[in-house]
Write a protein that binds this ligand. Structure first.
Ligand code: SF4
Length: 564
């Protein structure tokens, strides 16, 4: 495509991604700016007033919340700080947690642990839909006069030699599959900002470029992930008591793999049921969606779903590596917040409260930077220092070795966890080296007896094909646009991977995007059904050759998560 003229929009602070981190950050920032100026007016503080600070949030989903998915059991600690009267302000929760339990599942039986381990005790927390929570926060953000632009995907980071990051270019719209402009072509906008805050969720597409470009990972261990797959089930009216939280270990996970199930009773007879699989698996046929389907066939789970029907589906990756895998959180003109930066406590299976807190801490550092008119890394390191002095750091530091302890499987992990809990998080080793997830996947010739994960026949009543589930994710992409899964070398996919790994993309993608199909001459080639993509990022993380690059599709495309 020839050079195009782009509009430029100037703002003071740009938040990229309307998730809990950026929405809380934007809201807190607008409040802090107001308080700063009022304190100067009253003569209680010195310095210049900040005046009209332009804050903007961009979001790739067509509406706020449509790309948000979580279990979710919510710890209100950060929200209470952001909005002490949150319940009076209409906080949309499903139920307060009034019962929790942990179960070990064998193939046919279940054993309820006599005591719920303290990290999984959830009294005082809330069962929420992250979609509803995001939508509600979005309304507060707009009411505070902050510009919220939905359907705008951050496609590229804008750099300046002297100032570092100076904003983000949004993606072009109306480009055909060959990259040529269509009749409705609209070039993306350069949103230039004094400070840019990236809060794109796990494996953010801009964040993953920024971190190595600026060397922000130099002192960190590599991030490691899981993929979570989830359905909402509508049960017969009046049959489900809301407020119960169940977690499971064991079936169908092999004992050498991290993972487990969750079942949360929401309001209106909706059951949230899901399964999380660690991506540090060995066998290339491992399929998180299939494991979730098998989980539902366990007698304990199947009984809970009796008489119900699936109404929604989704999948996401979780950045679980914890404190030692977090990158440096700041650089010239830019801050990293939320799960993009590793704010997730894998032991508690919670991250929303940490993401919110990260956004708020970023906002506090931003006010100081704006007040001194210094947006350099030197000024923005105030965010890192605030984090290091916060309860969020204490919470993450206490579990800093948790997920790595499961390297050797479930039982070794439970032993390590016990030692960590007795030693303030240290355990038997501190900061053990971990490798990126894809390096654990073995070639077919090196499986050394690792059994292939079992598959079951799907009945389309209790267990579903990926395509049936994708329908329930409501995912839509304009078909005539460039594929947003950029594959650097199809020759590897078609001629090398089939023998070496058996095209694992067909298995790890929970949305049937990747398919080996035969051409007319009988040769099998990879076909990429990108319109099915639910933006989980598993392929970007797990492709064994690291030749899949997930980039943002045209703004507005993707899943339409409601109540997820
Ligand atoms: Fe997830 Fe990649 Fe499949 Fe999209 S193509 S659903 S990001 S694994």
């Amino acid at each position: 495509m020839t050079q195009v003229e782009r509009e430029t929009l100037e703002v003071d602070v740009l938040f990229v991604g309307a998730g809990p981190a950026c929405l809380s950050g934007a809201l807190h920032l607008s409040k802090l700016v107001r308080e700063h100026d009022e304190a100067i007016e009253r003569g209680e503080a010195t310095g210049e007033k900040l005046g009209d600070i332009e804050i903007a949030v961009i979001e790739k989903g067509v509406e706020v919340g449509m790309h948000l998915l979580s279990g979710a059991v919510f710890d209100p600690r950060a929200l209470r700080e952001l909005m002490p009267d949150f319940e009076d302000q209409g906080f949309p929760f499903e139920s307060k947690v009034d019962a929790d339990s942990v179960h070990y599942l064998s193939a046919r039986r279940s054993f309820k642990l006599p005591i719920t381990p303290p990290p999984l005790q959830n009294h005082g927390n809330y069962i929420v839909s992250l979609h509803k929570l995001g939508r509600w926060l979005g309304e507060k953000v707009e009411a505070a006069g902050i510009n919220l632009f939905c359907g705008f995907a951050g496609a590229e980071i804008l750099y300046d030699d002297s100032s570092g990051v100076v904003g983000v270019r949004t993606g072009d719209r109306g480009v055909d599959k060959n990259g040529e402009p269509k009749g409705n072509f609209e070039p993306g906008v350069d949103i230039r900002a004094r400070i840019t805050v990236l809060g794109e969720g796990a494996r953010g597409s801009l964040t993953k470029q920024l971190i190595p470009t600026l060397g922000l990972e130099r002192d960190s261990l590599p991030q490691i992930y899981s993929t979570g797959v989830k359905e909402l089930w509508k049960l017969p009216e009046g049959t489900l008591k809301s407020g119960r939280v169940m977690h499971t270990m064991g079936f169908p996970n092999p004992s050498d793999l991290w993972g487990g199930g969750f079942i949360y009773n929401m309001d209106n007879d909706i059951l949230s049921v899901g399964y999380v699989v660690g991506l540090d698996y060995k066998h290339p046929d491992t399929d998180p969606h299939m494991m979730f389907q098998r989980f539902k066939t366990h007698p304990m789970v199947a009984k809970l779903l009796e008489g119900g029907e699936v109404v929604a589906y989704g999948a996401k990756t979780l950045a679980e590596g914890g404190y030692y895998t977090m990158p440096r959180l700041y650089a010239d003109g830019v801050l990293l917040v939320g799960e993009s930066a590793g704010f997730l406590n894998a032991m508690r299976l919670k991250g929303i409260h940490l993401s919110m807190k990260s956004g708020m801490l970023a906002a506090e550092a931003i006010v100081d930077a704006l007040a001194t008119n210094d947006t350099s890394a030197n000024a923005l390191q105030g965010y890192q220092s605030r984090f290091e002095a916060s309860w969020a750091r204490d919470e993450l530091y206490r579990v800093r070795n948790f997920r790595q302890g499961f390297d050797g499987g479930l039982f070794a992990g439970l032993v390590h966890t016990g030692f960590q809990m007795l030693s303030g998080g240290r355990g038997l080793f501190d900061r053990r080296r971990i490798e990126p997830d894809y390096t654990h996947m073995r070639k077919r010739t090196a499986l050394d007896g690792t059994p292939a994960p079992a598959r079951i026949k799907l009945d389309e009543k209790l267990t579903f094909k990926k395509l049936t589930d994708v329908y329930h994710a409501g995912t839509v992409h304009e078909e005539d646009q460039p594929c947003h899964l950029k594959i650097a070398d199809f020759d590897i996919c078609n001629n090398r991977c089939p023998d070496e790994y058996g095209n694992p993309c067909q298995h790890f993608c929970p949305a049937s995007v990747y398919e080996m199909v035969e051409d007319q001459g009988g040769k099998r080639e990879l076909f990429v059904n990108f319109t099915n993509c639910v933006h989980c990022k598993t392929c970007d993380i797990m492709d064994p050759y690291q030749i899949i690059n997930w980039v943002t599709p045209e703004g507005g495309g993707g899943p339409k998560y409601v109540n997820m």
